[in-house]
Design a protein around this ligand. Structure first.
Ligand code: FES
Ligand code: FES
Length: 896
């Protein structure tokens, strides 16, 4: 018998003393605020207090908890009132997706008990074991210091609507542990579990032996699925590019490809070893990146999936006082969101419901309907809270097999990926090999740019075509250049399928372009920032695709904002270097641009807003919030457009049965596209109210119980809602739709691929240890043209998080299939790796954006890696061309 106290309650428990405390808390007590991100002590998501000290609950066997006091995140709030610590996190936007947040809170709680007024270094020490993939940690540090030191740097929630630093609408749930992620939600009925057997080989053929005998030997298995059981065993992102099997049918193209699914009680599944399955493998030689044969897919001869091209002007006649050329190589990068994929499915009559973490519920619904050969109306997808996505949860993961199993068994089925499964089975950032060349005239004007990028899209297409098309458009960087040829090729290999990852190939291309800008400036003897400023795209300039930029192209303003910091940081670095030879400081600058939304493709969004007879207003938003804050942003926009306080609008999110299709959360599109849809919906509703009240456009609305008061020029008109006819429970409603205006690109890639572009420029100050080859970022300054910051706190949070991922890309992240399928060997930035970040929000409204806003999710990341790599070169003369810049590569590149 084990006796312990949990959040002050005494518990006697007779069970396995080796059971993990994390599992006990979640499965036995229902305290799902404690998250499991790795089950190996690597991520800190499961951090709880044991006798007041932080521990990883996944590493504590129940036997060790005997006689001890356990505190979880559920203990922090009192009667639903957030503790001061939680309130500080909320105020500062320290929780984005919120998956790491319970662990971060508990680690902080322990710190504050021992050290009530910690320094920043002590905060970093205390939170050193808690990984966060979203926030870049700075808001967490700010929140703790604000609370602990009463030295408030916080910008408290002020105002309402667009422009206000409103706290997240879903913040309280993330801070109390109440938020339901994929592994937190369970159906009411008895649930079976699903387990998949995966290929141990990157390229192989296989045959099953006697599966009937295997089933007979394992009677607890309720269902065994192979490829033959899938009605339409083919899926993929593009309608004409479906090439991926739900279960492989005798041939596997990448390590970890699923070959067979078992469904049954969790305990029974756990006793079955992979080697128990009768399967015979014929291992084939793996096909590598840019190998032309043999063909992995019949539809991709030479293993070329697709190619992209943008051409303009005449390279042969471009003037060139100076030329620069570079070859860059980048590797696989893992999304490493803290929440492994998870969910459950249940059959309700002739419908199937899938509740899972996803960035794209409507695409999932349609794809599941195709796979199961059902009508889309027979499929309902209910997104859970998403513990980070960054593009990795745009592709299907648990959904198809859960739906298939629940449909066949007519019983709920659940599946939670292990950390290793999450890493081996999901898409990655495309590895790339890039050659780029640029020229400038003697005045410092760019005259020519040539680029070719080979991108390894791995075993299946996924978002490979998106990368191949987006990269050539952006490859020059955000600069005026009249003569250019930018091409790309997406290659198949037996690598992991490469898909969407924050930037769709643009971050890799920017590394090459920004190195060239430094090289050209240096050859001309020009200041590197001034060289960029001279060539920066601005209003009225033509892009690489011939698109003339209208208002909303504020890169020059970003660079102007950076200029004084650039001069100061360079002076500081020079001073430091004058008295140091081993440690060297350097400052790098890099720019970026990013087209918002799909490339030359329709990507509409629809939003509905309505008022019920009781006067309650609801925004029905299908835009999935994966941590970036779209729930909060949509409500701020709708409230401003309707003319009511934010809190007057309730939110219904995500579910394909209750919301309209807002498209996927991807390509930095939700604020711009769905924000416009929310604005139009609310404007339409307001117009209807004003029409009924016969009031003018400046009238003030007040929503009351069963009525709306419309104040117009000192007169109050009251609309009685109680006798209006209701539809779907709403007596007044309006739908807004928005599809960014773009055009197809011609054979030379000329046209209007995006309706809006985000621009940014970042500075990085780094310290390089020339004996060890280590690089430490000391400071980042980020100037971002965001059009209009709907919520500055959330915008800053996106920028911080993007910078952290860009730092990881530059310095440490290197996924090796089969070797780094955990958060111990696959390194992502910790709180100790992230330097102070200064964000400068440049607000020049985009005429097409909702209240002028653009997206910022991907733009936040793109400039960071090139700025850091340029800073390393500035510090040491070492130009790193094989990314990440590991110590060995830095040492090898140092000038002799
Ligand atoms: S789940 Fe325990 S440390 Fe990651
Ligand atoms: S907020 Fe930290 S992992 Fe998402």
């Amino acid at each position: 018998m084990i006796e312990l106290s949990v959040n002050g309650a005494n518990i006697l428990w007779a069970g396995d003393p080796m059971l993990r405390l994390a599992d006990f808390l979640r499965d036995q007590l229902g305290l799902t605020g404690t998250k499991v991100g790795c089950n190996a002590g690597d991520c800190g998501a499961c951090t709880v207090l044991l006798d007041g000290n932080q521990v990883c609950a996944c590493l504590v066997p129940m036997g060790q908890a005997d006689g001890r006091a356990v505190e979880t995140v559920e203990s922090l709030a009192t009667h639903g009132i957030l503790s001061a610590l939680q309130a500080a996190f909320l105020r500062h936007g320290a929780a984005q997706c919120g998956f790491c947040t319970p662990g971060a809170l508990m680690a902080t709680a322990s710190l504050l008990r021992h050290t009530p007024t910690p320094s920043e270094a002590q905060v970093q020490d205390a939170l050193g074991g808690v990984l966060c993939r979203c926030t870049g940690y700075r808001k967490i540090i700010d929140a703790v210091l604000d609370l602990a030191n009463a030295d408030s740097t916080s910008r408290n929630s002020i105002g309402d609507g667009v422009g206000a630093r409103r706290p997240r609408v879903d913040g309280a749930a993330k801070l109390t542990g109440a938020e339901g992620f994929g592994a937190d939600l369970l159906p009411e009925d008895d649930v079976l579990h699903l387990r998949v057997l995966r290929s141990p080989h990157p390229h192989a053929r296989f045959t099953f032996g006697d599966l009937a005998a295997f089933r007979a030997a394992h009677p607890a298995i309720a269902l065994l699925l192979t490829a033959a059981d899938i009605p339409n065993n083919l899926y993929g992102i593009y309608p004409d590019g479906k090439d991926q099997k739900v279960l492989a049918d005798g041939y596997v193209r990448h390590l970890g490809e699923p070959v067979c699914a078992l469904v049954g009680p969790a305990v029974a599944l756990a006793t079955i070893l992979d080697v128990d399955l009768p399967i015979t493998w014929t291992v084939l030689p793996p096909i590598t990146f840019t190998a032309s044969s043999p063909n992995l897919h019949p539809h991709a001869p030479g293993n070329i999936l697709c190619q992209g091209r943008v051409a303009r002007g005449d390279l042969t006649h471009a003037a060139a006082a100076v030329r620069a050329i570079i070859n860059v190589q980048t590797g696989l990068v893992e999304h490493a969101y803290l929440e492994p994929e998870a969910g459950f499915a249940q059959r309700l009559g002739d419908r199937i419901e899938v509740t899972a973490c996803t960035q794209t519920p409507y695409m999932d619904r349609d794809e599941l309907a195709l796979i199961l050969r059902l009508a889309p109306s027979q499929v309902r997808v209910i997104p859970t809270a998403v513990g980070g996505g960054f593009g990795g949860k745009l592709d299907l993961s648990v959904q198809p097999l859960l739906a298939m199993a629940a449909w066949r068994l007519n019983q709920p089925v659940r599946w939670v990926y292990t950390r290793a499964e999450s890493m081996v089975a999901t898409t990655k950032r495309h590895p790339s090999r890039i050659t780029a060349e640029a020229a400038a005239d003697s005045t410092g004007c760019l005259t020519a740019f040539r680029f070719h990028g080979d991108f390894d899209t791995g075993a299946y297409a996924s978002w490979g075509p998106t990368v191949a098309n987006r990269v050539p458009v952006h490859a020059t960087g955000p600069y005026r250049v009249g003569n250019l040829l930018c091409t790309s090729t997406a290659w198949h290999s037996n690598g992991p399928p490469a898909g969407a990852f924050r930037g769709f190939g643009v971050p890799q291309a920017a590394i090459a372009a920004e190195a060239l800008m430094d090289d050209l400036a240096d050859q001309l003897g020009h200041d590197r920032l001034a060289f960029r400023r001279r060539n920066a795209l601005g209003v009225g300039d033509a892009t690489a695709t011939g698109q003339i930029l209208g208002a909303g192209a504020a890169l020059p303003a970003c660079l102007d904002a950076l200029a004084p910091r650039w001069a100061a940081l360079r002076a500081d670095a020079a001073t430091f270097n004058a008295s140091n030879t081993v440690l060297r400081h350097g400052v790098g600058v890099a720019c970026m641009w990013y087209g918002i939304g799909n490339t030359s493709m329709s990507n509409p969004s629809a939003m509905r807003i309505g008022i019920a007879a009781d006067g309650r207003c609801t925004l029905f938003s299908g835009a999935v919030d994966i941590g970036q804050g779209s729930n909060t942003i949509m409500r701020q926009i709708a409230a401003t457009a309707l003319g009511v306080p934010d809190d007057a609008i309730a939110l219904v999110t995500g579910d394909t049965d209750t919301t309209l299709d807002a498209g996927k959360t991807s390509a930095s599109r939700q604020t711009f596209v769905s924000g416009n849809a929310a604005r139009l919906a609310a404007e339409g509703l307001r117009a209807e109210i004003l029409r009924r009240a016969n009031a003018g456009p400046t009238a003030r609305l007040s929503l009351g119980a069963g009525k709306i008061e419309v104040w117009d020029q000192g007169t109050c008109h009251t609309l009685d809602l109680t006798d209006l006819p209701a539809e779907d429970g709403l007596v007044l409603q309006h739908i807004g739709t928005f599809d960014p205006p773009t055009t197809p690109l011609d054979a030379n890639g000329q046209g209007v691929p995006y309706a809006s572009y985000a621009f940014a420029a970042q500075l990085a100050l780094v310290e390089v240890d020339t004996r060890l080859g280590t690089v430490r970022a000391l400071r980042i300054v980020a100037a971002h043209d965001v059009g209009r910051a709907i919520n500055p706190t959330l915008v800053e949070g996106q920028i911080h998080g993007g910078i952290a991922q860009g730092l990881g890309l530059a310095l440490m992240e290197d996924y090796v299939p089969g070797r780094t399928d955990n958060l111990h060997d696959y390194l992502i930035p910790t709180i100790g790796d992230i330097p102070p970040i200064e964000t400068l929000l440049i607000e020049q409204p985009d005429p097409l954006g909702p209240y002028g806003a653009k997206g910022v999710g991907e733009p936040a990341l793109v400039a960071t890696a090139p700025a850091i790599l340029n800073a390393i070169a500035d510090a040491t003369g070492a130009r790193i061309t094989h990314i990440p810049a590991t110590p060995a590569r830095v040492l090898a590149a140092l000038p002799r």
